[in-house]
Design a protein around this ligand. Structure first.
Ligand SMILES: Cc1cc2c(cc1C)N(C[C@H](O)[C@H](O)[C@H](O)COP(=O)(O)O)c1[nH]c(=O)[nH]c(=O)c1N2
Length: 235
């Protein structure tokens, strides 16, 4: 009987070109909000992106996600209306100088993006006791965020921009989308083709927040014990 191939063989290592492709997706992925094209995203392309999301890691292989695909302009408008209200509330939370900068940012592309996707978490999908979630219950939510990241990177490889909108009232979003009580909306995403991706985060380019140096964020052995960046090999 043929032995079923149950693990990757040595020849399945990434070629230099494949490696480059993966890192290109990681480094050139952007949060897209202001430059969506109205062009339809074919179902086949959307299917590939959702399948990539579905292949994310999950605690206990729980796969707690659902993907609500929204194309209806009326639903988008309702979500936008909630964003507009939440965004006004958000602006009030910043001190005056930051507030005017905040008010100048475009922080969503809900109505322009041909597709919106709400990624949700079913906290009870595989029963109350889950391998790996026995002591930290939020692991299922983190698993859904892994799915979001897979989606974001796969979309980048398909030349499709994704923007995450989190300036929303969770309960209102659940009402608009008819999301059952036990399900948690994790991410509201806007998707569509785009002519370009900025080469830096927009918040970095606008001077709102720089990218932190990696060497400030990496410790050896103990919290606070910095590595020597030159010797650390991350340059
Ligand atoms: C959990 C979470 C939530 C949000 C975001 C991201 C994440 C991870 N981001 C996008 C965020 O601003 C962006 O990722 C960073 O500024 C870095 O830029 P790039 O993603 O590299 O372009 C985001 N952007 C935006 O315009 N409106 C929003 O409500 C949010 N919310």
């Amino acid at each position: 009987m043929d032995k079923i191939k149950s693990h990757l063989q040595a020849e399945d290592v990434f070629s230099a070109k494949e490696k480059k492709g993966l890192f290109k997706a990681i480094f050139s992925r952007r949060d897209v909000r202001g430059q969506f094209k109205p062009d339809d995203v074919p179902d086949e392309v959307l299917g590939r992106i959702l399948n990539a999301a579905h292949h994310a890691p999950s605690v206990g292989f729980m796969q707690p996600w659902n993907f609500v695909v929204i194309k209806d302009p009326d639903i988008k408008q309702s979500v936008y209306n909630d964003f507009a209200q939440a965004n006004r509330e958000a602006a009030e939370m910043f001190e005056p100088l930051r507030r005017s900068a905040y008010q100048g940012f475009k922080l969503e592309g809900i109505r322009e993006a041909p597709i919106n996707i709400c990624v949700t978490c079913d906290r009870e999908r595989t029963g109350p006791v889950v391998i790996g979630r026995t002591h930290v219950e939020t692991m299922d939510l983190y698993s859904c965020v892994c799915a979001v990241q897979n989606l974001w990177l796969a979309a980048r490889a398909e030349n499709i921009g994704v923007g995450w909108v989190s300036i929303l009232h969770e309960q209102r979003l659940k009402e608009i989308l008819d999301i059952p009580a036990r399900i948690v909306p994790v991410a509201y995403l806007c998707l569509g083709y785009t002519d370009f991706f900025f080469n830096k985060p927009e918040l970095e380019a606008a001077g709102w927040q720089p990218r932190l140096p990696l060497e400030q964020l990496v410790f050896t052995d103990r919290w606070g014990q910095s590595i020597d960046p030159a010797g650390g090999g991350f340059a």
